[in-house]
Design a protein around this ligand. Structure first.
Ligand SMILES: Cc1ncc(COP(=O)(O)O)c(C=O)c1O
Length: 475
């Protein structure tokens, strides 16, 4: 026998038919039925579920049965529960094709989707916590930007970007990152990837030395511009810049090596500047998550050592959102005109209102406040990861945790592939270190998992950690 229940449209805004098998195992049956309704798209993202009491009355089950079923689905990440807004279908749940609501999240790109398919827990590095985007503060800045923008802001733009934003950044980057920046040498772009496209091959040429571990996407982008990349070995002090040869440029992540995690040692910072001076070379500094440092030893920008030898590149992709597509380059004087020529008069720039909104967001102190708040939150998540591993997998060493939004778990040799698969079976999407390795790297290839701890919504993080620990190889 099955019981069924059809809710009224006014309760949750959409009809829902649930079928439960007869007596016995009611909680498990209700959990299954609700999970299936969400998975199939019958319950769309953000739909509000009925209060415990009314669903319990409709189904003829105890109130606790409903409460327990909701709690389990919240822990699994299918539902969210928030004071004042009740229990809702989680915003990140992607309904099957054809069932997407207009306000539901857009599907992730094909490549990313294939790795995350069927994953309930997204522990891939790369994205900040989207649920923490400072909507109210951004709206206030955007509104002020629109109200106060001079008329000329709506005319043809300056390829360097809005002066208001370049002034705000010059002050912020000097104060927070130790960058020596005047507005005249800052060029606004849409992010690090755009900066690479602007620089290569028309302003700088290859071959370009890169770290042996990095983002494959950036290597592909450079290969597309016919730039050969040559891998520099890494050790615990960062890139071995002493191995630089006749390259004229080197790309580094000095504040927080991506993805292995350490800062570039002070001696190497000095050595790479010496190399650039001696060889008329240039250093590209990717400062992708420099704001998120958790120990008390700030790591300033290498650019501060010699602004004429370093292109310092940053964006809001980690601090606010990669969807804003807002970034900046602080250039040596001699490259400014060439970069502006490449950028051209009407290229794909960051939009003027977003630029003015970011300028206001920085000037009003909202950016600092947001970064401080997120730093605290991410540090809390990192600590929970470290604690969970110490309890559940003490044989797994966790590294690269002094900064950033991800950590690296070192695994016994030969176990990385199995661990990634075991994680996938438990609904966890993440990458092994091998994904980030330069194909021509000659250094040893340690086994490890790159765990991004920023992406899951706060309520779903505990369940994600639980699933991750269950997937790790035994000690
Ligand atoms: C190594 C690295 N560099 C740069 C970025 C920023 O890229 P973009 O500014 O193009 O979003 C990221 C991702 O946020 C990254 O992981």
């Amino acid at each position: 026998m099955t019981d069924s229940w059809v809710n009224s449209a006014e309760r949750i805004g959409a009809d829902l038919h649930l079928e439960l098998p007869g007596p016995g195992g009611r909680r498990a049956a209700l959990t299954r039925a609700l999970r299936e309704a969400v998975r199939s798209g019958r319950l769309a993202p953000d739909t509000r579920l009925p209060p415990y009491r009314s669903l319990a009355a409709d189904l003829g089950v105890a109130r606790n049965t409903v409460a327990d079923a909701y709690a389990e689905l919240v822990a699994e990440g299918w539902l969210t529960a928030r004071q004042g807004s009740g229990t809702r279908v989680a915003a990140g749940v992607t309904p099957p094709p054809g069932r997407r609501r207009r306000d539901a999240p857009a599907p992730v790109p094909e490549k990313a989707a294939s790795r995350a398919r069927g994953a309930r827990h997204d522990l891939r590095q790369g994205t900040p916590d989207a649920s923490s985007f400072p909507r109210a503060g951004w709206l206030a800045s955007y509104r002020r930007a629109l109200q106060q923008a001079p008329n000329e802001a709506f005319g043809p733009g300056d390829p360097a970007g809005r002066v208001e934003l370049r002034e705000a950044l010059a002050e912020y980057l000097a104060r927070a990152r130790g960058v020596r920046a005047e507005p005249g040498r800052i060029v606004i772009c849409s992010g690090f990837a755009h900066a690479l496209r602007l620089l290569f091959p028309r302003v700088l040429r290859g071959p370009l030395a890169v770290e042996s571990y990095g983002l494959g996407f950036h290597r592909e982008l450079l290969a597309g511009a016919s730039v050969r990349t040559l891998p520099l070995p890494l050790d615990e002090d960062g890139a071995q810049v002493g191995a630089l040869g006749r390259e004229r440029a080197v790309l580094l992540t000095p504040a927080h090596q991506f993805p292995t995690g350490g800062p570039l040692h002070a001696e190497r910072r000095a050595a790479v500047i010496d190399w650039a001076r001696a060889r008329d070379g240039v250093i590209l500094e990717d400062d992708y998550d420099g704001e998120f440092r958790y120990d008390r030893r700030p790591v300033g920008a290498v650019q501060g050592l010699d602004p004429e030898r370093v292109v310092h590149i940053g964006s809001v992709s980690k601090s606010l959102s990669p969807a804003l597509r807002l970034g900046w380059m602080v250039l040596p004087e001699r490259y400014v005109d060439a970069v502006l020529d490449v950028k051209g008069e009407r290229e794909a720039w960051a939009g003027v209102l977003e630029q003015l909104a970011l300028a206001d967001f920085i000037d009003s102190g909202s950016y600092d406040r947001h970064v401080r708040r997120m730093r605290q939150r991410y540090r809390g998540r990192r600590d929970r990861l470290v604690t969970a591993l110490a309890e559940r997998a003490p044989h797994v060493e966790v590294t690269g945790i002094a900064a950033g939004l991800h950590a690296v778990l070192r695994l016994p040799p030969g176990t990385e592939g199995q661990a990634v698969e075991a994680a996938a079976r438990r609904g966890v999407a993440l990458d092994g270190l091998a994904v980030f390795r330069h194909p021509e790297a000659v250094m040893s290839a340690p086994d490890g998992l790159v765990v991004g701890y920023a992406t899951p919504a706060e309520h779903a993080y505990g369940a994600a950690l639980e699933a991750l620990c269950g997937a790790l190889p035994p000690g």
